[in-house]
Design a protein around this ligand. Structure first.
Ligand SMILES: Cc1cc2nc3c(=O)[nH]c(=O)nc-3n(C[C@H](O)[C@H](O)[C@H](O)COP(=O)(O)O)c2cc1C
Length: 343
């Protein structure tokens, strides 16, 4: 790790206890708002660039969905060295999400438990914001490709679900370099049931043909790490045959394995667990997925140190994304991954 990166890391670790005295959601909103006032840059860090699904990524480290749901800080991510950002998850209708509190630090474990429940301003609002930023698909206005994650509006059920996803896709398609279909968040009742083969087949058929009309907009599918055995293999077969461009693995887990004893009280909180406790599960999942499909895989889950990203690449991921690691380690983690020897 280079000197400047080590200094950045140590500086962040010095201020982290102060940041962590504040309510987690409160500080998150403040940070995103603060980043939102930074002007855009069109210059990205170019390191090991790669073309995936027809998109040119200047480097392989991205912002995971949920960190910037409404794209308020979209102009800032290239500055931190990210090679792409996945905005959202947005839903067709704006919605408040779950009651507070809904975000918890598992500090001793370097993890987060969240049950945000897709709080967001809605897909049309994100589309308007990106239009204001001068973003159009493929124009590189913010220096890096943008994915947009779409999910199900909470109050929509049954036969309306496909149309609800389609409405989001239509709203964001002109601004997205790829669309991520989120069927794996644990915090919207019934959402993960959409990963079951029959449901997923119908949903993806509709979404991939709609995306096709938008000049072949690539569709990625994000999976939960709790899928196992034949259910996972059936899901993988469906995604692989659906015309989707790739897989994002993984979302948060319902498991509470690897929580430190000091965080044991969080085991009872409903929601998904991310960060260090998820590292091994996510890595194994990515290995399994990469072996079971020809589609490119974005690896996400528990990347807390540069070596965790290296392991994701070794497991077959072509790109990686960060959420919890960025909260615990700050921007030095992005740089550290770029500087990791052997890359
Ligand atoms: C507070 C919070 C909110 C999240 N919101 C979303 C979301 O809206 N959509 C989504 O696909 N994933 C969401 N995630 C999951 C992350 O994108 C990522 O898949 C997961 O946290 C594992 O990566 P990590 O260990 O690096 O955090 C969220 C995660 C956290 C911690």
């Amino acid at each position: 790790m280079r000197c400047a990166t080590r200094a950045l890391r140590d500086g962040y670790r010095l201020v982290r206890p102060l940041l962590f005295t504040m309510d987690p959601e409160d500080i998150h909103v403040r940070m995103i708002d603060a980043l939102g006032v930074l002007p855009a840059t069109t210059r990205a860090v170019v390191k090991d660039p790669v073309e995936v699904a027809g998109i040119r990524f200047p480097n392989r480290v991205g912002v995971a969905a949920g960190l910037d749901k409404d794209g308020r800080a979209a102009r800032a991510w290239a500055r931190f060295g990210f090679g792409f950002a996945e905005l959202g998850t947005v839903t067709a209708q704006a919605q408040p999400g779950n009651p507070l509190p809904r975000l918890f630090r598992a500090r001793a474990s370097h993890g987060i438990v969240n049950r945000m429940g897709f709080n967001n301003d809605g897909a049309p609002a994100l589309a308007r914001r990106l239009a204001d930023f001068g973003v159009a698909r493929g124009n590189g206005a913010l220096g890096i490709p943008l994915g947009i994650s779409i999910g199900k509006t909470k109050i929509v059920e049954g036969p309306g679900i496909v149309d609800d996803y389609l409405a989001s896709l239509e709203a964001v398609a002109p601004y997205a370099d790829y669309v991520a279909i989120n069927v794996s968040s644990p915090n919207t009742p019934g959402l993960r049931d959409l990963q079951a083969a029959a449901e997923l087949e119908r949903l993806l058929a509709a979404l991939t043909s709609a995306a096709h009309v938008h000049d072949g907009l690539p569709v990625f599918v994000k999976l939960a790490p709790d899928l196992e055995g034949s259910a996972l293999d059936d899901t993988l077969a469906v995604v692989t045959g659906s015309g989707a461009a790739g897989i994002i693995a993984t979302n948060t887990t319902l498991s509470r394995d690897h929580l430190a004893p000091q965080d044991a009280h969080l085991a009872a909180e409903a929601g998904g667990l991310s960060g260090a406790p998820l590292s091994t599960r996510a890595l194994r999942f990515v290995e399994h997925v990469a072996a079971g499909t020809d589609l490119p895989v974005m690896g996400v889950g528990g990347i807390m140190r540069p070596v965790d990203a290296a392991r994701m690449f070794d497991a077959g991921a072509v790109l990686v994304q960060l959420y919890t690691g960025f909260i615990y380690e700050g921007p030095a983690l992005v740089r550290g991954i770029h500087e990791w020897e052997g890359r």
